[in-house]
Write a protein that binds this ligand. Sequence first.
Ligand SMILES: [Zn+2]
Length: 407
Amino acid sequence: MLNFFNGFLQKKYSAKRVVLLAFIAMFFFAGCVGKPIEIEAPKASPKVLPPPISIADTSRKTPREIKEQNITLIAVGDNLIHKQIIREAKTKNSYDFTPIYEKIKPIVQSADLAFINQETPIAGEAFGYTGYPSFNAPTTLGDAIYAAGFRAINHASNHSMDKGKKAILTMIDFWKKYPKAIPLGIHASQEDRDSPKIVSIKGVKIGFLAYTYGLNGIKLPKDSPYLVSLINREIMAKEIDALRPLCDFLIVSAHWGNEYEHTPSKQQEKLANFLADHKVDLVIGHHPHVLQPAKWIEGKDGAKTLVYYSLGNFVSAQNKNPRMLGGMARIVLTKRDKKVSLENAELLGVVTHFEKGYTGFKVYPLSDYTGDLAKRHALSKEKLDINYLQKLYRSVVSKEFRADSAP
Ligand SMILES: [Zn+2]
């Protein structure tokens, strides 16, 4: 594993290093935090991407210099559960969504921590199973994404309130059955909202916050304004500044942007700059349902922030070609001599596959998607083919972030 990542780090675009931590701050604040959730990497399945050749010259390194820890983080976009997907998951007595994720699971499980934007509620039977425009899916959808390896699950989206406050509280309760799951962006109380969401992996503390631009016109109940984290700079500044000194690496999930646009909006760019000014290390963007670029931006103190503007769809029953291509952010953090740095960042392609009559939903890494599969895609009649997907990937994702295996 280490060799794999050592090689990974030596790639031509591995130069961006950001020193992320005033370590003294950690010692000062460590005592104030609740115990971070200790996450073990889900059991890795066989690698699906070819390991890059290691060109590291370790001959002159002292043992102390070699002692370093690598942590891989993965993030994917909109898990958008339309009624066709629920129908397809129906079994005799329940709903089984696990086949959707079986092709992507090996990559997800190869990471130390994986994030997903759960765009739509998964509050279970009591709230009715519905699709657009007011969604809700069986709780077994949550079981399936957990089994696929996702641990950080964003619930702050424009659909958070589709089934109201009770559904949100039900989802928070649902995740309690998985002590290592970290539901983000929804909160049972102000106290719950104020408790830092920090995951400790190999001694590195990773902090999360998550916000959405709105709730499709639904207002938060007056007695529970904490329920869903909305984009509000005043509150965000307070929450980010409180969490920043408690973690080594700070991630903000942002549900933002204009639907179906491949270019970030002015508002996204402005908010990204605001986040950079507040020393956020990584921004994971979603909501547009199509892929937008990844970019490095600089905060006012000169520190760098990596922004994935939109990871597009992960799975959906939408039926337009550009919405079939999503993205998977994959980054490697390295802890070396007590410093944490971001060593490598990629934006891999993922494909939502389904066939005629909205059957056989599956997410594939673009690198594994074949011409034959594309021929079976329901949208092949709309000229969706492998060339279209690869061309779209290359037109949105700059070389710096492309996968090794990208054509
Ligand atoms: Zn959305």
